[in-house]
Every structure is written in structure tokens, then in C-alpha cells.
Design a protein around this ligand. Structure first.
Ligand SMILES: [Mn+2]
Length: 268
């Protein structure tokens, strides 16, 4: 049995299929975990979701910003050109309920190697402990279950810029979702700097994973997607970026957690 985490697929189903073939994915015994942004931009988002709902036992993942966008469109009956086939599918309710139940943070422990992997779409900010991240992911999941319509309408926006335990209501949920799904740069004090996507930082902007307060032990790893322009490179052994920009003509990447081996498929 092996666990594979896959970077941002964004509707590139052909490449996902080729990747599954390359890793010899066995849905009877292996586990596939999407690092978020399964859909949007690419032409086959509907096929990716169809694959997920047909393989529920062996497929899981964390929500990315584009997955949230799709949930918003479904909930509020909006249209979108890139997601047309999803929105018009007869299985839309199944896609919706599968996606809506995904967490924003996952922990996977590999017994054989005694390593632990923390997975979220954008990463984990140094201002949160792993216990905080677990709790906050659960908080968003529970709220999505009870109040999806309002949350999905009110989650858009770049403020509050900084997490604070005393935040309440939609502002609180919005900033949690932003850290988990949209973070790239943080300031020294842990505020989100959402206006820059490039790989080179501006003054006062620090890559979230370069924060010195983010102390990982040797057997602790963070796996994330979202940031295509860094092409998976963090220069930190146990912080692993999987978004290698398949949708932009580059590659789709997976990691096998048992031995940290990387597998890639070129955009076809
Ligand atoms: Mn993303």
C-alpha cells in the first residue's frame, strides 16, 4: 500500500490518467490525495470529479481556492465558461457533496518510516501550531456543513490580513480559508500578503515556508500546491511543493509518501 499526493490538476485529466499509470496506482490498496485545485482552467474538470466520485474509497484531498470557487458557483447557481461541463453534469450534486466534505488540512502518518505529512493547498503559516491548523480546518468544515450558502458568498476578499483568535463570524472563516488556500507570502508578523504571486519576494514579503519560526523536526513534512511560479522548489527538504504548473504547459507532479519519490508527467 502506498500514499500518493498529487499537485494542482486543474482539470488536466489526461495528465492525471497518465500519472496514475506511471505510479501504477492500484485503487484496491493505494491512496490518492489531491493537494487542492482539482478543477478550473483546464478542459476536463468534470472528468477529474467523475474519477473522484467513482473512487471514493481510495481518493481524498484538501480544498483549494479553485475548488471553493466551484462550490460557490454550484451553491449560487452561477455560470462559468471553464466549468461549464461540471455545472451542466447530471452528477453535479455528487461532485458538490464530495467536494464539500473535504478538509483544508490533512495529516498522514507513515508507520514504516515514522514520518508525518501535513497537507494543505497553500501551506501552513508559522503563526499556527499543527493543533491550531487541525482545529481551524475542522471549524471551516463544520461551518460549511451548516451554512455553506453564506460562507461561500462571503469568503471572497483579502481582509482581514492577519489571523487573530478573537475574530468571529465570516471574517474569521475568510481569513482561515485564505491562509489555507491562497497564502504565498507573509509579512514578518504573519499577515497575509496576497497581492504578489511571483517567485521573487518584494521588500517585507517572506515566502511562508521561509519563516524561521516554522520549526519542523526531521520526520515532519509539509506538502502543498498552489504556487506554480516556484515550480515546487522551496529549498527546504521537508517542505514539498507539488504545483508544477501542468495547466500552464509544465508538469503534473505526485509524491509517494513512503519513500518521498517524485513522479511527473509533462503536459500533453
Ligand atoms: Mn490554488
Amino acid at each position: 500500500m502506498a500514499h500518493y499526493v498529487v499537485g494542482d490538476v486543474q482539470g488536466c485529466f489526461k495528465e492525471l490518467e497518465a500519472l496514475l499509470k506511471k505510479i501504477k496506482f492500484n485503487k484496491e490498496i493505494d491512496q490518492l490525495i489531491f493537494a487542492g485545485d482539482l478543477v478550473n482552467r483546464g478542459k476536463d474538470s468534470h472528468k477529474v470529479l467523475e474519477f473522484c466520485i467513482n473512487n471514493k474509497k481510495s481518493v481524498s484531498g484538501v480544498l483549494g481556492n479553485h475548488d471553493f470557487y466551484l462550490l460557490y458557483l454550484i451553491e449560487h447557481q452561477k455560470k462559468d465558461k471553464s466549468l461549464k461541463k461540471v455545472l451542466e453534469s447530471k452528477n453535479i450534486k455528487h461532485y458538490q457533496s464530495w467536494l464539500k466534505a473535504l478538509p483544508l488540512f490533512l495529516e498522514i502518518k507513515i508507520k514504516e518510516t515514522n514520518e508525518v505529512f501535513w497537507i494543505s493547498h497553500a501551506g501552513i503559516p508559522f503563526i499556527w501550531s499543527i493543533d491550531d491548523a487541525k482545529k481551524l480546518s475542522k471549524e471551516v468544515q463544520a461551518s460549511l456543513k451548516n451554512d455553506a450558502s453564506n460562507i461561500l458568498a462571503k469568503m471572497w476578499g483579502d481582509t482581514p490580513k492577519k489571523w487573530n483568535e478573537n475574530l468571529k463570524g465570516y471574517k474569521r472563516l475568510r481569513v482561515i480559508i485564505n491562509y489555507f488556500t491562497r497564502m504565498r507570502y507573509l509579512s514578518e508578523d504573519g499577515s497575509l500578503r496576497l497581492d504578489v504571486k511571483s517567485k521573487t519576494a518584494k521588500k517585507g514579503y517572506i515566502h511562508w515556508f521561509n519563516q524561521t519560526k516554522l520549526n519542523l523536526k526531521n520526520n515532519e513534512n509539509i506538502v502543498f500546491g498552489h504556487w506554480a511560479s516556484i515550480n515546487g522548489k522551496t529549498n527546504i527538504d521537508n517542505i514539498i511543493g507539488l504545483d508544477t504548473g501542468c495547466i500552464w504547459g509544465n508538469k503534473l507532479t505526485a509524491i509517494r509518501l513512503e519513500d518521498k519519490k517524485i513522479f511527473q508527467i509533462k503536459k500533453q
